[in-house]
Ligand binder design. Structure first.
Ligand code: 5RP
Length: 221
């Protein structure tokens, strides 16, 4: 069960779906609820591209049509949540370890709609650790490269990604310039995906608020 704030944000997000379209979805509790509402509202969609086995299994349970990423040229809208998002629409994602697929699928979408409760809308990114998916044998080397920029990386326990890799949760990263940090981490050999989304930002953020209202904010061009 998701909190009320996520619920009202999800119900607003669903309204953006166009009839007979193929949409993309991420993973996590918000998206799990999104799938329930999609089914309950009997939305007329052609199908979905999903970023995780958990989301896919739930979609199968409801008999939704599922498309493989490699079979699709483009998606109209990608729906997902985030661990944090700032006013520039840059995000930290990967709390659910699905960041690699989420980055790929959101990158083939025209529009990224991020659905959150108000606690995740922050002035500056960085209170939440930044997840990184890495090749296991590069662990020690990558931890050292992160220490070099003052960050502390901790392997996430009992977590193997769908690609057979591990996750490092990175604390104390200086995210004054998140674009630079995303590039720095992306360039470390052995890094598969960094959970900073500064190139593929959200286009629209839908925020459920404690006063029972929903804010919809569009990215400034
Ligand atoms: C998964 C994610 C999720 O979107 C993020 O962790 C938020 O999750 P939730 O919807 O459970 O609050 O990035 O990799």
């Amino acid at each position: 069960m998701v909190n009320k704030l996520k619920d009202i944000a999800v119900k607003t997000a669903i309204k953006y779906i166009k009839d007979n379209s193929i949409i993309g979805i991420g993973s996590g509790t918000t998206i799990s609820h999104f799938i329930d509402i999609l089914f309950a509202k009997k939305k007329n969609i052609k199908g979905l591209v999903s970023a995780s086995k958990i989301s896919t299994n739930k979609l199968k349970k409801y008999n939704f049509n599922i498309y493989k990423v490699n079979k699709i040229e483009k998606i109209g809208i990608y729906f997902d949540s985030a661990d944090e998002i700032n006013y520039k629409m840059q995000m930290i994602k990967g709390g659910g370890a699905a960041l690699t697929n989420e980055k790929i699928i959101s990158s083939i979408a025209d529009i990224f709609i991020c659905i959150i409760d108000e606690s995740k809308y922050v002035k500056n990114l960085g209170l939440h650790p930044v997840p990184i998916e890495i090749i296991p044998l590069a662990k020690k080397f990558i931890i050292k490269k992160l220490l070099y920029i003052g960050a502390i990386a901790k392997p996430r326990i009992n977590t193997i990604t769908e690609h057979g890799n591990i996750i490092l949760d990175v604390y104390k990263l200086n995210l004054y310039n998140p674009i630079k940090i995303e590039k720095y981490i992306n360039n470390i050999p052995g890094v598969i995906t960094v959970g900073l989304f500064t190139q593929r930002c959200a286009d629209i953020v839908i925020i459920g608020k404690s006063n029972n209202t929903v804010s919809v904010i569009h990215k400034k061009s």
